[in-house]
Each structure stands twice: as C-alpha cells, then as structure tokens.
Design a protein around this ligand. Sequence first.
Ligand SMILES: Nc1ncnc2c1ncn2[C@@H]1O[C@H](COP(=O)(O)OP(=O)(O)OP(=O)(O)O)[C@@H](O)[C@H]1O
Length: 307
Amino acid sequence: MNGIMEQKMAIEFNGALKRGTRKPIGPINLQIPQGYVVALVGPNGSGKSTMLNLMLQTIHPDAGEISWFGEKAKEALPLSIRQQIGYVPENPTREEHFMTAESAAKFRAHWYPTWDWERFEALMTRFEVPRGERLNRMSKGERRKFEIAAVLAAKPKLLLLDEPSSGLDPFAWKDMIDELRACLDGEDVTIVLSTHIVEEVKRLADYIVLVHHGQIVGMAEKDALFGSWKEVWIRGAQSDELKSIPGVLTCREDGPSITKLVVSDSLEFEEWCERERANVHIIKSRSLELEEILQLWIQGHQPGQSN
Ligand SMILES: Nc1ncnc2c1ncn2[C@@H]1O[C@H](COP(=O)(O)OP(=O)(O)OP(=O)(O)O)[C@@H](O)[C@H]1O
C-alpha cells in the first residue's frame, strides 16, 4: 500500500462500529483510495454487506465516523454525495418491483444528474434485458443485469456492488466484468465490491480487504497478496528442524521423507537450504490459491512479511 497516505480517499472509516443483534461489526478503520477497485472478501456473515450499507448510510454507525470524498455526514448523506454513489444491493429493493425496466430507469435518471441514456440503452441491448417487463416478473439474472446497466448508466464516482455476479450466467458475467473494466478506464471511478468469486477478485481488484467476524483483518494490494506465500515440497529434512526456520509458516510430512511447507519467501528459503543444509532438496513449489491465502491471513499470518 505504498503511497496510500498521499492519495485522495473515496471513503474513510474511523473507528466506525455497528452494534448487531449477535455481535458488533467493527470498530472499522479503513481507507479506500479514489480510482481503485477494492474487493471485500470473507466468510458468510462476516460483515461485508453491513459495511456496504454503512458506506451508503442506509444504516448509521453507533460509534466512530465515516467520511466520503473527505466530507463527513453524521445522519443521512447529503444529496450531493448520494448522487455520486451507485449501489447494487445483494437483494433488489421492493420499491421498484412493480415498475418496468424503462420506468425504473426514468425514475433513476431523475435522481442522477450524470445519467447517460445512451449508455443505458447500449447496456440493456448488450445484456438483452426485456425493457418493457415489470422488474418483479424478471428472472433473477435479468433483474441483476438491469441493476448493473442502471448503476453504470448513472455514471457514479463510487460504485458499491454487493455480490454483483449473483445469478448471472457466464456470458453476462464476462460482459459485466468488461463493462466494469471499461468504466475504470479514463474515469476516476472507485469500486467497492463484496464477492465470493475468486475470478472476480483476480480480474478486477486492486486491493483486497479481508473481513472476519465483523473485523477487518487487513487490506493488501492484490498482486502482493498473491505473491505472499508459496507451498514447497522438500526432501531430506525433518519437520521439527524446519519449523524454526524464519519464513516457514506451516510444515507437515507428505510421504516418505517428503515434507510440505508454506513459506513466505521461496527464494529466501531456497538460499537458506543451499547455505545451511546441503542435503535438503526442493522438489517443487506452487503459488497458493486465494482461499488458502485467506485462511493463513485469518490465522494471523501477515502477507508480505516473514512470519
Ligand atoms: N442492519 C444491521 N444492523 C446490525 N446488524 C446487522 C444488520 N444487518 C446485518 N447484521 C448482522 O451483521 C452480521 C453480518 O451480516 P452481513 O450481511 O453484513 O454479512 P456478509 O459478510 O455480507 O455475509 P454473506 O457473505 O453471507 O452475504 C450478521 O450477523 C447479521 O445478522
């Protein structure tokens, strides 16, 4: 996150806390830099949607503060800020259920001064959304496609997307990714999305925020996170002696005289073996999958550090 302190922030959480029925969400301290895509990831019920709702002020923090583009708002968001935010909720709101796609679009166009009809029509055609159909009669995927077309047509500065690909077929999913990427080109748009889809994180995110039990475990730059740890298989050493080597996170036997390790820096580990243990041989190594990385992160290992 080099240089993040000098960047302008789209959203800042300063100790924001929402008391829940079972457990609180927060206190959250988080800075979302303008112009980047930030993916909120974490297990079910960890607090991702609640954080998006706090960003939209559909729920208010019980403690702490949130600011938007450097402006604080204690209660309802001022219209000038709200008009810069586009939101696709996890479940569509009931207010527009009985409207057709066209009348709902007119309603939204009234709200957003930046609304772009040409863009809306092009997206509706690309996504093949039935324009004259009432929203509550659409399939889940058609409704989702309408929501995405409408949120992009509003040309917001900040896009909040709660599991945007839920219900989309693979073709529509690819279209959505292309459209989101296109809207990042040349426009100073910030996207915060909650997702369980690894491919979405890989293709879109600049930063990944891991949420667990209502807390932010950390925020990391995507490429740095994916490069943080490696799994290596070695021959010629005992698990006990390996555990004490700096940079070894986990190790377990994986067959006769073969040990499987997760290390923070595979090159450093290789050099250590050459220097200290001539009889230790690295057989193979691989990068970790996102879910394995998240598991280690949740367990308290810090990406990008020897631990
Ligand atoms: N308005 C609210 N006020 C307080 N607590 C809430 C509110 N809405 C949800 N919660 C609670 O917050 C917790 C986190 O829920 P949330 O929907 O934010 O999780 P999530 O990470 O988005 O989960 P999923 O991946 O399943 O969508 C849940 O225990 C839920 O009961």
